[in-house]
Design a protein around this ligand. Structure first.
Ligand code: SF4
Length: 329
């Protein structure tokens, strides 16, 4: 292991951004899977409920298995739909097969699906801002198969000119991109209906990440390598002028070089990253790059950083242990 020799680290403070941890949609879906397993049901999730090693391991230990298709669901098993939601056909097929469906679709996504359906019924040409193969977008397209999905600016020229157009977005798209696309579309339609479906959790998380980034020398962003909302947090930190490194978990932190001469480090995470992972990352930073005094108290300091972030208002974990500690913070 290539840690600093004792005494060489400079980090004195690790600050965890507020309102991080699971978003409520992800938390609810995980809780539903756990509750079903605890009630003694054979429980499957349709796709991994969250792309996080620790959570998947915990669910596996509880007997919850992830399946890629309804065809893989055992007879008599309960199937949990994850927060991203699915196409209506998937629900219909599950019902036709007589499976017990536990709908973990996030309430925000359910609202998006309804709004999209209304736009279809009203005859709008629909533009959906989103990442094309993202499960939430795939599910949304089940409600509006003809919607035009666009992502980066390079795609936008594909948007036609029509009399009546509507714009809607995947929940985790950056607000700035949505606003820019809305402005772009103003000249492309006689009537333009704009539904801002960027999730408030996404907006708050970006605000809190920015606030933290502005107060530290370096940011560590924790989340799935392919997670769009995690990548966006990294990009935001850099826009704020604060260097940022992105990792999946504490195990990825093996090189002290990025922490050279750094005194204060901020830690933030994507919507699928449990807040406990942020605590582990904070502890790892103290051990890897803290001053000798901080190295010696790494565990205690990391716990304090978590308690400072996990206020009741920002409580975002599904684990009962943290609910108690957050309430006491
Ligand atoms: S980011 Fe928002 S919309 Fe998406 S699952 Fe989480 S709470 Fe729901």
């Amino acid at each position: 292991m290539c840690e600093h020799p004792e005494g060489m680290g400079t980090v004195q403070e690790v600050r965890i951004a507020k309102r991080t941890g699971f978003c409520y949609g992800v938390r609810e879906a995980i809780d539903k899977a756990k509750e079903s397993a605890a009630a003694g049901n054979l429980t499957h999730t349709l796709g991994q409920v969250v792309h996080n090693e620790g959570v998947v391991r915990e669910l596996t230990q509880l007997g919850v298995r992830s399946v890629e298709s309804l065809d893989d669901v055992d007879h008599g098993a309960a199937v949990v739909i994850r927060a991203h939601g699915v196409k209506p056909e998937v629900m219909q097929r599950a019902e036709a097969r007589g499976l017990e469906v536990i709908d973990g679709t996030c309430t925000w996504v359910i609202q998006e699906q309804r709004q999209l359906q209304e736009l279809v019924d009203e005859g709008y040409t629909i533009v959906l801002l989103g990442t094309p193969k993202h499960p939430e977008v795939v599910g949304l397209l089940g409600f509006a198969p003809d919607a035009i999905v666009v992502d980066d600016e390079a795609d936008w020229d594909r948007i036609p000119r029509r009399k009546r157009m509507a714009l809607i977005t995947q929940s985790t798209q950056p607000p700035w991109k949505f606003e820019k696309l809305a402005a772009f579309m103003v000249n492309r339609a006689h009537e333009l209906k704009i539904l801002n479906t960027v999730c408030p959790v996404t907006i708050r998380r970006q605000e809190d990440t920015l606030e933290t980034a502005q107060a530290v020398d370096l940011m560590v962003v924790v989340g799935g390598r392919h997670s769009a909302n995690t990548k966006e947090l990294t990009r935001l930190c850099e826009i704020a002028g604060t260097r940022a490194i992105q990792i999946e978990n504490a195990k990825d932190l093996t090189d002290p070089a990025p922490f050279d001469a750094v005194v204060a480090v901020g830690v933030t995470g994507g919507t699928s990253t449990p807040i406990e992972d942020l605590r582990d990352v904070a502890e790892r930073i103290y051990l890897l790059a803290g001053t000798p005094a901080e190295q010696a108290r790494a565990s205690e300091l990391a716990r304090r950083a978590l308690d400072a972030a996990a206020t009741p208002a920002g409580r975002t974990t599904s684990l009962p242990e943290r609910k108690v500690a957050a309430g006491a913070a």
